[in-house]
Design a protein around this ligand. Structure first.
Ligand SMILES: [Zn+2]
Length: 264
């Protein structure tokens, strides 16, 4: 690295300043915590999914998934066949668990599927997609498209019966308990993947919005333009505001060639 691109005050290079001054913002920390939460929740969800697969009452297998999950409470007192009450009573807790998990994951996904697919609009709890890069918005759209193509089903239901023009069914339409559960588990996993993608987008946006740290050519009152690092500039600004005297804070040179002095 040439001498010219080192800070005139502290002699640190651009790379040194970037490594030294890249401080994690509170928002960045918050996003990282949320990302590890999503990973943990997804693991928990997968473990629960195993319990659900094994535990859903076989006696209800001919029932419609949507019917069972929207009437989970009613299955507690139902006696199916002879003496099966004991076996069916315990799974009603499990059905309740499935319903709760579905509310947390699938309902949210259903409500944003159109926005994700279009790559535009607002995601509740996240904000507008429009400020994000096209590639990121396309990635979200692809996640929805690929999921629906794999299952030949739309994530959300518009309430219509039968297949749409693309040959896709709507949501849980026509799915019996076991197949519906598999579809719900797949939707739940997609929910966590979408959350992870959104958080990663937010993380990168936060990093990019931080003021650039490094060495740039700046103008200080009374001196020719000199290369200064952002750390020293911050100190100078701090000092000049404390003194409340003639501001010595450097200003950005409009067009700042670098290096400024050609080696003789
Ligand atoms: Zn410096």
């Amino acid at each position: 690295m040439s001498e010219q691109s080192r800070c005139w005050f502290c002699h640190r290079s651009d790379a040194e300043v970037m490594a030294f001054a890249d401080v994690e913002t509170p928002r960045q920390r918050e996003i990282l915590q949320q990302m590890s939460q999503v990973t943990r929740f997804k693991d928990d969800f997968l473990q629960s999914a195993d319990v659900w697969r094994k535990g859903v009452p076989k006696e209800l297998k001919e029932f419609d998934f949507s019917f069972v999950t929207s009437n989970a409470d009613q299955f507690k007192p139902i006696r199916i066949g002879n003496g099966l009450l004991g076996e069916i009573a315990a799974p009603s807790k499990l059905l309740g668990e499935i319903v709760d998990a579905k509310k947390l994951t699938v309902d949210w996904l259903e409500s944003v599927a159109l926005v994700l697919r279009g790559g535009d609009g607002e995601i509740p709890g996240f904000g507008k997609l429009s400020p994000f890069e096209k590639g990121d918005r396309e990635a979200l759209s692809r996640m929805v498209d690929q999921f629906e193509a794999k299952w030949h089903r739309r994530i959300g239901s518009d309430g219509s019966k039968g297949s749409d023009r693309g040959g896709y069914k709507q949501g849980f339409e026509g799915l019996k308990l076991f197949d519906g559960l598999e579809f719900m588990i797949a939707l739940g996993l997609l929910y966590y993947d979408v959350q992870a993608q959104l958080l990663d987008m937010a993380r990168r946006k936060e990093i990019n919005s931080k003021p650039k740290r490094g060495v740039s050519v700046l103008l200080v009152n009374g001196y020719p333009p000199v290369p200064l690092c952002s750390v020293c500039v911050d100190v100078m600004k701090e000092l000049s505001s404390q003194r409340d005297a003639e501001p010595a804070a450097p200003q950005q040179v409009a067009v700042a060639p670098r290096p400024i002095v050609k080696a003789a």
